[in-house]
Design a protein around this ligand. Sequence first.
Ligand code: NAD
Length: 477
Amino acid sequence: MAARVFLSRSVHLLSKGKTFPTLDPRTGEVIAHIAEGDAEDINRAVAAARKAFDEGPWPRMTAYERSKILLRLADLIEKHNDQIATLETWDTGKPYAQAAKIEVPMVVRLLRYYAGWADKIHGMTIPADGPYHVQTLHEPIGVAGQIIPWNFPLLMFSWKIGPALACGNTIVLKTAEQTPLSALYVANLLQEAGLPEGVLNIISGFGATAGASLCSHMDVDKLAFTGSTETGKTILELAAKSNLKPVTLELGGKSPFIVCEDADIDTAVEQAHFALFFNQGQCCCAGSRTYVHEKVYDEFLEKAKARALKRVVGDPFKSGTEQGPQIDSKQFDKIMKYIRSGVDSGATLETGGEQFGKKGYYIKPTVFSNVKDDMLIAQDEIFGPVQSILKFKDLDEVVRRANSSRYGLAAGVFSQNIDTANTLARALRVGTVWINCFDTFDAAIPFGGYKMSGQGREKGEYGLRNYLQVKAVVTPL
Ligand code: NAD
């Protein structure tokens, strides 16, 4: 299948011919052997990106030309939608319909959005206190190092490359070791789109080797990372100990989903279910603490349990499947450990809690009630299909409890009273608040975290700032 086609081409970048397997989460079987980049390959890729930045046409061509190339890349990805979605499902276990109808189209939309920005990035003139003409120039930073996770491989790829390319930077991007396929497929489309040589260099390999080398590299001018909070700390350290390159971090979360007493309960149940179980629960912003007002708690719980029991788990390539397998045995074991900890700490297991089927890494949709804030399942990011339902009495209390997390990525607020919803939205210390909806994403909407959920914002106009230097130019009048 497609995997064989591009592997031979991706290997040419890498020096030693070493490979690692990428696995099918439905069975644990090997899909393909992938070239394993190491420190030497990172050096070669950074040298290529540096040359393309210092000498190549990319930062020097008109912004309109860059925009047209980004649009061509978006068109090509759209044309290859089904092949890319197939690889994404094969590598991650996510439902094919989700990959084909939501994620690849979002990648296309994001590239078109940033293509639109390329020729609208400009500085300003500033009225200084003195006889000077002062202007600011917005310039690309240089060589950007980018590291992405396995839960939304091509979507995260696009969040990283879109703004960086629009601003005229060159890139070395490392894919997650679990999910290299879709980005490698897109690598084969870059030349056809007209991207000059050396502008976007994609390396498959492991975090501790290729990833760490990229972060420590003295010739990388900026880092952008999406992944776990623990790895985020390591990356900051590596950047600080090398050349103090600026770092953008999109990290983990433990997002509250607050259901007020006046919420439309059926909508809240459905959205809370979606907020947690979407993508097998493997979302950084998953609504993983469902706070429900005591007056509607029993009704909500009964309906939430019924919805989880109805969830269609199975082969992600089969039409109608809502939930596929978890990404790998490591994540599977970690989630099962959290489920045991929930039971041991006294939460009530309403449904699920065990493997689905006998093969692969499927887990039954799991719902816990009677969850308390100090339980591990209410504090740690489980990154799996485990919904924790907690009871609250009043708004002040729920704000305090929702904000007591070390994370601050997102929140959901369900109320039919606009004042209540807005009060909560202002009080919550998170980067995104969805009111009466959840996981509503668009290329134009900034995304990022408060507290240990990250630094900086991606997407939207804010996303451009990560990839620009501001130069002040002062001339006497
Ligand atoms: P991870 O941190 O283990 O890995 C992410 C990436 O970092 C991978 O490419 C990995 O190879 C690389 N990496 C690992 N160690 C490294 C090191 N020492 N130096 C450099 N690179 C290294 O995370 P994961 O398990 O792949 O992804 C899941 C996590 O990502 C979750 O915590 C989730 O919340 C988070 N996430 C956040 C967002 C967001 O936008 N905030 C989006 C998706 C995922």
